[in-house]
Design a protein around this ligand. Structure first.
Ligand code: PBG
Ligand code: ZN
Length: 325
């Protein structure tokens, strides 16, 4: 007797049944919106390579976050662009700095939003590198001393999570120790554990002004795209050093890493849809190669389906708009 065919269309035919049976859902609280705080401006400045993304002066940034909170946003990631840069990135731990001001302002106005503060030197150094530069390259351990100062300063301002993004060895442990010593036991750490040396960070260096004097690359400290096991080792190490959350970055080109980590660890995983990924989507939309809502939603669904708990995306506000319509 001929076998009856299985009718898979039954579970796909209507929007209603597709919604009921969706295995992956995007919720406003899945999203973290990155924003750039620039100290030397009075009005928002658009980032040319990232349509829809702006650098904000501190006071306007606080207003924008408050508005986004009302439309459902629950997490922000703060980057700073200082008035002055020097070899050691000292403005990063200025208690009156743009990032510190914004953290304090958000905590006052919207205490319920979760603040992640990027902790790296590249936006603050005049050479654009993520640490202290010597004739022999980056001095990992000298950089850790700076990261501790930055972390302490952000925790004082009220950050919920410190996010060391420079891939310095031992950064998580150093920051954990310094936070604990300062009785900031409840300030957490989001570790950029599986951060790849990617060609997709170009627009970010525009947005963060961290590429101006940039000579060389970050291949000495970021993971090579060929490596899978190394990313797992880095992540396991960061967890043992005290990371509360770990990250895979970029997200869309590294879905296999997200999935593999999801299957191996219990720690929450954050996927970063980076600047280059965002700009590629925007370019596709601009050239009518894809429907804007569809491609944006598909891109974040893929990250969540791979196993991410949270998604950092420059499209966060657009997604909130799509979800509420
Ligand atoms: C710097 C940093 C980078 C990003 C976040 N923090 C760039 C880099 O490592 O060169 C990239 C984010 C993005 O591209 O959206 N530590
Ligand atoms: Zn950096």
């Amino acid at each position: 007797m001929q076998q009856k065919i299985k009718r898979f269309h039954t579970v796909r035919r209507t929007l209603g049944v597709r919604e009921l049976l969706a295995e992956t859902r995007i919720d406003p609280s899945d999203l973290i919106w990155p924003l750039f705080i620039r100290e030397d401006i009075a009005a928002p400045v658009p980032v040319p390579s990232m349509p829809g993304v702006f650098q904000y002066p501190p006071d306007i940034a606080i207003n924008e976050v408050e508005t986004a909170y009302r439309s459902g946003l629950r997490g922000v990631l703060i980057f700073g662009i200082p008035r002055q840069k020097d070899a050691h990135g000292t403005s990063a731990w200025n208690p009156q700095g743009g990032v510190q001001t914004v953290i304090k302002g958000i905590k006052q106005r919207v205490p319920n939003i979760v603040i992640f503060a990027d902790c790296c030197l590249c936006e603050y150094t005049n050479h654009g590198h993520c640490g202290i530069l010597t004739t022999r390259g980056l001095d990992n351990d000298a950089t850790l001393d700076c990261l501790k100062k930055i972390a302490f300063s952000y925790a004082n301002a009220g950050a919920d999570f410190i996010a060391p993004s420079g891939m310095m060895d031992g950064a998580v442990q150093a920051i954990r120790q310094s936070l604990d010593d300062a009785r900031h036991n409840h300030t957490g750490i989001l570790a950029y554990s599986a951060k790849y040396a990617s060609s997709l960070y170009g627009p970010f260096r525009d947005a963060a002004g961290s590429g101006t004097q940039f000579i060389g690359d970050r291949k000495h400290h970021q993971i090579a795209p060929t490596q899978r096991r190394e990313a797992i080792l880095e992540t396991v190490q960061d967890i043992s050093e005290g990371a509360d959350l770990v990250m895979v970055k970029p997200g869309m080109m590294y879905l296999d890493i997200i999935r593999e980590l999801r299957d191996q660890i219990k720690t929450p995983i954050v996927a970063y849809q980076v600047s280059g990924e965002y700009s590629m989507l925007q370019l596709a939309i601009k050239h009518n190669l894809a429907n804007d809502r569809d491609i944006i939603m598909e891109s974040v669904i893929s990250l969540k389906r791979a196993g991410a708990d949270l998604i950092i995306t420059y499209a966060a506000r657009d997604i909130l708009r799509i979800l509420s319509s």
